[in-house]
Design a protein around this ligand. Structure first.
Ligand code: HEC
Ligand code: HEC
Ligand code: HEC
Ligand code: HEC
Ligand code: HEC
Ligand code: HEC
Ligand code: HEC
Ligand code: HEC
Length: 361
């Protein structure tokens, strides 16, 4: 006999009295429609005992004793425990139980448990009651242990680790983004790594230069319904003011205004405007608006200069920067004679590096 037949027979045997009752009810109702309604059927025993850990009818014990564990319940209560032919749902008392649908361990399946979590507002709290508050599993009844999430999610914090839903083993930030993309032309990935540790052209930023960073997955402000990250520039560096009376290291240029950045990210076209970093400064390109997922919009002359020439605005262009292209003569702490950035930590750091000194301007 094939396995499924053995299984069906076991199930039929276990629930034979219930099935008999069903057949009788069906038969009666065909023969005589006037008889009083059949008494309520208690498939598994009276309902209090189903939930009493000391009763032999305790529903968890039934699972533990079933030949195929709770797969045997799915025959009548549906593959996702939503009720099925039994009409009795498990998910009213166990909201997270629907995570165990067909394919729940296969990342390429629609029924994958990650998708269930994603489709339920990234809720994993509903898993705690059975998988434990720390996702380490739980002994439900003696000899019946529910496995832990941390068997597979081995990073600190288990599935609540910051890299479970985005980022990688080297960074909490994308790639990979929430949809699994890794290309920097994807919206969720974009220029993250160009701004973070791997930044080769300027000072490295941290997440809170652009986001409010949550203390934990379920901290206020982290996950909200739209699945889009909020860009909030509390960043000191994006807001640096130049050509201001209070920054006397180089003379202010009376022909130019004080530059007070008002950083803003536009989620419609993914541009970033009015930031100190990208040009909102004295002799800089104040209208510059780089596109988050288009690396070609941040070339050398984009924040200061013109095209690929980084020379800031000179007098003829409405600025006051000296007209010489030999940057390294005066800015040798940052660039070499070939205009290669040799010390990224001093570039786009808020201070002008002039003749080896880091000054306000
Ligand atoms: C042969 C079909 C069948 C199988 C298999 C089955 N059940 Fe049920 N179950 C029912 C029916 C029908 C009801 C609703 C009527 C009743 O309570 O008798 C029910 C009700 C329940 C209830 C009460 C739910 C409520 O809302 O009142 C629990 C708990 C339950 N089943 C647990 C289990 C567990 C655990 C398994 C697997 C070990 C299982 N059942 C397997 C048919 C089945
Ligand atoms: C009326 C509410 C109710 C219904 C309906 C119900 N359960 Fe439960 N279930 C409980 C309670 C209460 C516990 C006790 C353990 C706990 O949650 O801490 C429990 C425990 C469990 C456990 C063990 C988890 C643990 O922490 O010990 C499993 C597995 C389980 N139920 C499966 C099912 C399945 C499968 C169904 C549907 C066939 C079902 N339950 C229907 C209330 C319910
Ligand atoms: C048998 C191994 C295994 C167990 C156990 C397991 N997971 Fe997963 N989980 C995975 C795999 C594999 C992935 C996909 C990883 C990937 O795509 O890189 C994943 C992905 C996820 C994701 C990411 C979803 C997304 O769309 O990005 C979440 C959240 C998650 N699991 C939560 C849990 C929770 C909560 C538990 C326990 C209740 C759990 N997992 C138990 C293997 C497991
Ligand atoms: C009512 C109890 C219950 C709840 C709630 C519950 N689980 Fe489970 N989970 C189980 C049981 C029991 C098993 C073991 C299944 C088996 O024996 O086949 C399991 C197994 C798993 C596994 C496979 C583990 C392994 O090592 O093979 C994953 C993944 C999983 N659950 C994810 C989740 C997620 C995600 C949630 C919350 C959204 C969740 N579960 C909520 C009871 C529960
Ligand atoms: C230079 C600014 C900046 C920095 C620094 C930054 N981000 Fe982002 N982040 C963005 C932008 C812009 C988006 C895209 C927003 C959108 O969808 O419109 C984004 C999106 C995200 C997303 C959503 C991805 C998706 O799939 O939609 C996550 C998660 C994220 N960032 C996490 C981080 C983390 C963690 C860090 C620090 C390690 C970080 N970010 C640093 C600007 C930044
Ligand atoms: C269960 C999945 C999940 C886990 C785990 C997770 N995140 Fe997120 N994260 C998201 C989602 C979804 C977004 C998109 C934000 C939204 O919906 O507004 C996001 C966005 C972010 C952002 C962008 C700013 C924002 O809130 O919009 C930062 C920063 C971030 N996460 C940091 C973290 C940190 C730090 C951790 C670990 C403490 C973490 N995330 C763990 C799902 C997760
Ligand atoms: C993302 C915008 C941006 C890009 C792109 C950029 N710069 Fe800058 N650069 C700045 C800012 C802002 C300053 C102002 C001083 C500071 O904050 O470090 C600056 C200052 C400089 C200075 C003066 C020394 C110093 O850092 O204080 C030199 C030289 C320079 N940049 C050269 C270059 C070269 C060469 C390139 C192309 C390889 C380039 N920059 C691309 C934003 C940019
Ligand atoms: C002769 C010396 C000299 C050379 C050569 C020079 N700079 Fe400067 N640079 C300065 C001085 C002086 C300032 C401060 C100007 C001011 O704000 O009044 C400055 C400021 C800057 C700033 C900050 C914005 C500003 O104008 O205040 C940037 C950016 C910059 N230089 C980039 C460059 C680049 C790129 C080159 C080469 C293409 C270059 N500089 C060549 C002297 C020089």
């Amino acid at each position: 006999m094939i396995n499924s037949e053995i299984r069906m027979i076991k199930i039929l045997y276990r629930y034979s009295s219930f099935l008999l009752a069903l057949i009788l009810i069906a038969a009666c109702s065909e023969l005589n429609t006037d008889i009083p309604p059949a008494p309520k059927v208690n498939t598994h025993g009276d309902s209090d005992s189903l939930y009493s850990p000391t009763s032999p009818n305790y529903h968890v014990k039934t699972i533990a004793d079933s030949p195929n564990g709770w797969d045997d319940c799915k025959e009548c209560h549906a593959a996702d425990f939503s009720g099925g032919p039994s009409g009795a749902a498990c998910n009213g008392c166990h909201p997270g139980i629907g995570a165990h649908q067909t394919g729940y361990l296969d990342p390429s399946s629609k029924g994958f448990h990650g998708n269930f979590i994603r489709n339920n507002g990234w809720d994993m709290i509903s898993c705690h009651s059975c998988h434990g508050p720390k996702y380490a599993g739980k002994v439900a009844v003696p000899d019946y242990t529910i496995p832990g999430c941390i068997d597979c999610h081995t990073y600190y914090g288990g599935p609540e680790n910051c890299t479970t839903c985005h980022g990688s083993s080297t960074s909490n930030a994308p790639p990979r983004d929430l949809d699994g993309n890794t290309s920097n032309t994807s919206r969720g990935v974009g220029a993250h790594q160009a701004h973070l540790g791997a930044n080769v052209n300027g000072k490295s930023l941290t997440c809170n230069d652009c986001h409010v960073v949550p203390g934990g997955v379920y901290s206020h402000g982290h996950i909200d319904s739209d699945n889009r990250a909020e860009i909030i520039f509390y960043s000191t560096i994006a807001n640096i003011i130049t050509n201001d009376e209070s920054s006397p290291s180089v003379p202010i240029d009376p022909n130019q205004p004080t530059y007070i950045p008002a950083p803003v990210y536009n989620p419609a076209d993914l541009t970033c405007a009015n930031t100190y970093c990208h040009g909102y400064f004295k002799n800089g390109n104040v209208d510059n608006k780089p596109i988050w997922n288009d690396p070609s919009t941040s070339q050398c002359g984009s924040c200061h200069g013109d095209g690929s020439n980084p020379l800031p605005k000179t007098q003829s262009q409405g600025g006051n920067h000296p007209g010489s292209n030999n940057c390294s003569v005066c800015h040798g702490g940052v660039v070499d004679a070939t205009q290669k950035i040799i010390n990224p930590s001093k570039h786009i750091d808020g201070l002008l590096n002039l003749f080896g000194n880091d000054i306000k301007y």
